[in-house]
Design a protein around this ligand. Sequence first.
Ligand code: 5AD
Ligand code: FES
Length: 349
Amino acid sequence: MIKLIDKLYKTNNLEYDELVYILNNIEEFGKEYLIEKAHETRMRAYGDKVYMRGLIEFTNYCKKCCKYCGISALNKNVERYRLTLEEILLCCEMGYNLGYRTFVLQGGEDDYYSDDMIIEIIIAIKDKYPDVAITLSIGEKSYDSYERYHRAGADRYLLRHETASRELFERVHTNSSYDNRMECLWNLKKIGYQVGAGFMVGIPTQTKEDLAQDILFLKKLEPEMVGIGPFIPHKDTIYKNELGGTLEDTITMIALTRLFLPYSLLPATTALGTIHPLGREQGIKAGANVVMPNLSPTNVREKYSLYDGKICTGDEAAECRYCIEKRIVSSGFSIDMSRGDNVKWRERR
Ligand code: 5AD
Ligand code: FES
């Protein structure tokens, strides 16, 4: 085990069988060692910095029917909302004044926002705040749309692959194609975005082999960012009685991803903070170096409910920024409010 982890630490790569072996056999000591090596790798790539991104969840309408997701089109119990351009700009203004220099515009796949409207939003934000990075996270679109957003000023794009196993992907999605998802990610790379892929840990029926495929897919795609979070059941989905992903498994996957992709930007996700009060802190100690506090208006936050129990939606929501900063500093890391581009991506420009 230790030998394999050392090999991974030195070469940033492993064979499929070796990776599966680690996932099946990693025990307490191996985990500690893995986390230690992931931490060293992160320190060498980015130091003790944790980058802050302001998340704006601007629509919870969605035409997709992902079986695990609380805001899928299948769910009739959701109170739907959309933010106007003015409301989005207000979130940005508040965020900018707090020091944020990356805004993540995230939403369901909502055709109400035409490409022209998305472009209008991008241009309006860049006009007012030329020094910010804009990250889009609005799902699968055509090559042409992605290219137009990029030309308008979008810098980055988050599109988790969800699972690299075709079989599992098809089992948990109804109106979504594995091939199209993958093609979207390659298109985004080609256009020149900083790309964020990612997956959930603990999807019902997911195996260790599936998780090994996730890592090897990431190694091939080489995304600049990788979002990894535990699957958490949502009460209005068919998975309501299933078990969710565990803290331990998610932490292991974050640490492995750090070792396979040393320069990636890895968020300690809200889902991780939801399954354990110190989940995000543990993620940061295992190689994560991004947090994405929510800048959405507090009155819509609980409506963006992908899974049950989501933190940062209640009365405490306005305090998230301080809460998360305290957590980072008390874990021994430092806050970085800059745009925080992927360093390898910048070198390639
Ligand atoms: N549990 C955890 N994560 C979820 N997501 C969607 N539904 C759930 C859930 N039930 C994740 C998906 C998506 C991201 C925005 O949220 O990975 O890409
Ligand atoms: Fe939102 Fe702590 S970060 S409550």
